[in-house]
Design a protein around this ligand. Sequence first.
Ligand SMILES: Nc1ncnc2c1ncn2[C@@H]1O[C@H](COP(=O)(O)OP(=O)(O)OP(=O)(O)O)[C@@H](O)[C@H]1O
Ligand SMILES: [Mg+2]
Length: 249
Amino acid sequence: MSHDMPKGRRIYEGKAKVLFEGPEDGTLVQYFKDDTTAFNAGKHEIMSGKGILNLRISEFIFAELEKIGVPTHFIETISPRQQLIRAAEIIPLEVVMRNIAAGSLVKRLGLTEGDALPRPLVEFYYKDDALGDPLISEDHIAVFNLCSAEELAEIVTLAKKINQRMVEMFADVGIRLVDFKLEFGRVKSDDGTRIVLADEISPDSCRLWDIDSNEKMDKDRFRQNLGGMVDAYQQVAERLGLMSDIEEA
Ligand SMILES: Nc1ncnc2c1ncn2[C@@H]1O[C@H](COP(=O)(O)OP(=O)(O)OP(=O)(O)O)[C@@H](O)[C@H]1O
Ligand SMILES: [Mg+2]
């Protein structure tokens, strides 16, 4: 693992990734660790090989989204655990898109896990670990100026577009996209500031169920002590046709 550490200055260590200064101004290196946490880091384990799988799956999804016009922070993959990305000013929101009831939505509204929602649901959580990332409304975002109304409209449009594409992408390989979390950031360029999709999209941040058996193929395997988490992530990569790249790496 030590042979694959970025050379730049370490800027931020999160629960699953480390950010390093990139080779050029305005760039960062996102390093994917094997650390796996849940319940706001109340539960923590090292899951060998997870970082490599998440990088590859996230890279693939970001590339598919770029193809349909979603701007992202992704520049290039440097190594199996390192991605070169554009540095963004992260908007402190976790944007959650839901297609099927699961997780906190089930608890909050007394639903049954697996209930289909009448249409995709967009939720906003205030990104603050100390507060446990509380659910907030559009009006909280406006009152506390977490982003502008124009930015929020752009984020919601992008989140819905991303959901449509990802539902298709996973359905094509026999996986139900239950829900997922997105982060967006501001990137400055010559022609002003624009919103880009940032962070990662991986089985750490999505709920993915096998279409036939409803078997969980995501971080709920860890949260719920079901075992086989890395094997499940590998199965996701395999179905997306990404395992040959990973074995070569
Ligand atoms: N393009 C980007 N520019 C700047 N920061 C980014 C970018 N993409 C992701 N990040 C941030 O990098 C960090 C990635 O680390 P990680 O996912 O491990 O954090 P985390 O433990 O989930 O903590 P946090 O609560 O800060 O998200 C996150 O804080 C994320 O918001
Ligand atoms: Mg994170």
